[in-house]
Ligand binder design. Structure first.
Ligand code: 5AD
Length: 349
């Protein structure tokens, strides 16, 4: 469905309960029509919390010198991936701060090892690197790359990310797509100074980029950052943005983001009812979890990978939804793959 900016702003701001109900129902129905009741599970391994960036909102920012840091060894990461695969995950997400300790070829070898030993798709979430790195990791077999655009307001983007610009971020999303990845963008809701017009811009940008995946979550102020005293995002606005995205882009993959659980005990279940179709249980070894503090109030920090997986399966089923058994590639990607020569993916084969 096509919605223009004014209609999107109308849906983000309306106080008419029946209009909000129609939006939610429409998002849920669209999701069920495209994906059935299946929810895709992705096991996420947060393998390093070192970061060269200094994003104002994030607890991993390099200026947060009180933050204890850790790095998992490459074989330890492979062990965690094996554990995740044995728990039934068909996608492993490798996430870290922007940590140059791991060379481009270290990561390529890691991907090759995981892909050769395990029957899984691999998603990377490693921040901005260069075109050569993206190409090398795609060639090594990684399938997807998450790089949220964070906010579509260029002034706010530049304020939150010292030394960087929104244009540069968008260039990286293009580079990732050209390298052959399914790409994930996404934004935080409730950033200081952000308006509903900006959120409409986030939605229109994701539509324009034809992203495969979209992570939308609340901004949760972190006391160890310069934004400690800001207000965070609300559950209502995050859910509305997700629902509008589902209506705008019926076959995009939308995770029920982890940060939602800091606002409501059942935040992620709610997201499934507002258009989400992906959950990302944490499969990081327990001893590291407390140190991966993007924001405060992170849940599941005392669980082990099996407990997190079991808990997420229960939560999905509690919503009357089922667990998908396939890799969960994006429908947009699968469609394009079949067009001869339409994608650089073809060249990669
Ligand atoms: N609140 C909510 N989300 C955050 N992220 C980082 N810091 C915060 C915060 N304080 C999100 C960013 C990043 C993702 C990995 O985590 O959107 O892309």
């Amino acid at each position: 469905m096509i919605l223009d900016r004014a209609e999107i702003i109308g849906l983000l701001t309306t106080t008419d309960e029946s209009e909000i109900r129609v939006l939610r129902t429409r998002a849920e129905t669209t999701c069920l029509k495209v994906f059935g009741s299946d929810v895709h599970l992705r096991g996420i391994i947060e393998f390093s919390n070192y970061c060269r960036q200094d994003c104002l909102y994030c607890g991993l920012r390099r200026s947060n010198i009180g933050q204890p840091r850790y790095r998992m060894g490459l074989s330890e990461i492979v062990d965690a991936a094996e554990k995740a695969a044995s728990l039934g995950f068909k996608t492993i997400v490798l996430q870290s701060g922007e940590d140059l300790y791991y060379s481009v070829s270290d990561i390529a070898r890691l991907i090759e090892t995981i892909k050769s030993r395990l029957d899984v798709a691999v998603t990377l979430s490693l921040g901005q690197r260069d075109k050569a790195a993206y190409r090398s990791w795609a060639a090594a077999g990684a399938d997807r790359y998450l790089l949220r655009h964070e906010t579509s307001n260029p002034v706010l983007y530049a304020y939150l990310h010292p030394g960087h610009s929104l244009d540069e971020r968008i260039d990286h999303l293009h580079m990732l797509r050209e390298a052959g990845f399914q790409i994930g963008a996404g934004n935080m809701v409730g950033l200081p100074g952000q308006t509903v017009d900006d959120i409409a811009g986030d939605l229109l940008l994701m539509k324009q980029l034809e992203v495969d995946m979209a992570g939308i979550g609340p901004f949760v102020p972190n006391p160890c950052t310069p934004l400690a005293n800001s207000n965070g995002g609300t559950l209502d606005l995050v859910l509305r943005e997700m629902a509008i995205l589902r209506v705008l882009m019926p076959d995009v993959m939308i995770p029920a983001t982890t940060a939602l659980d800091t606002l409501d005990l059942h935040g992620r279940e709610l997201a499934l009812r507002w258009g989400a179709n992906v959950m990302m249980p944490n499969v990081t070894p327990t001893k590291y979890r407390r140190m991966y503090t993007l924001y405060p109030g992170k849940t599941s920090v005392d669980e082990d990978p099996k407990q997190s997986a079991d808990c997420m399966r229960l939560r999905v089923r509690s919503c009357g939804r089922s667990i998908a058994t396939g890799y969960g590639h994006s429908p947009r990607y699968l469609r394009n793959k079949q067009l001869p020569g339409a994608q650089t993916w073809e060249a990669k084969q």
